[in-house]
Write a protein that binds this ligand. Sequence first.
Ligand SMILES: [Zn+2]
Length: 182
Amino acid sequence: MRILFSLALLFVLACNSTSQTPVTNGDEAAGVTPNLPEYRYDPPAREGEVERMDTTTEYWKNILTDQEYHILWEDGTEPSFSSPLNDVKAAGVFACRACGLPLFSSSTKFESGTGWPSFYEPINSAYVQQDVDRRYGMERVEVSCARCGGHQGHVFPDGPDPTGLRYCINGAALNFVPEADL
Ligand SMILES: [Zn+2]
């Protein structure tokens, strides 16, 4: 899967460097749908070791939809109950939609009733960056992908056992990778 991912990425980069025209998935009428692989899944070469990516706004705008870009790079929030990932109960992992880093496992997903995919812990604490977010007159802890820096959501201290934490994550910032494809 890593090889497929790399090839897909190279393809996108190659196309962009030659034509500057976004690649489409055949639905040119819509005009804006990037030719994304079904999902991105790119675990680190060594478990727990994440190298920070250094990429440009342009790069992300080329591989993400407008909504994904807004959430990941402008700290946006999708409407509650809008993500199909809310209802995913199958075994697998949820990877960063931008860079493919596996962030959460289905085994830690729970029904929070909030309308956003919710998890009680990340796959590896090294894979998520946590920062205090004081916007909107609240003090919350923002969760970002530790590799690409893309905004994922927030973590709150009102989750279930065993951690008591609730990682409230935008589905549009994640890809679901079924266990059979890991
Ligand atoms: Zn990422």
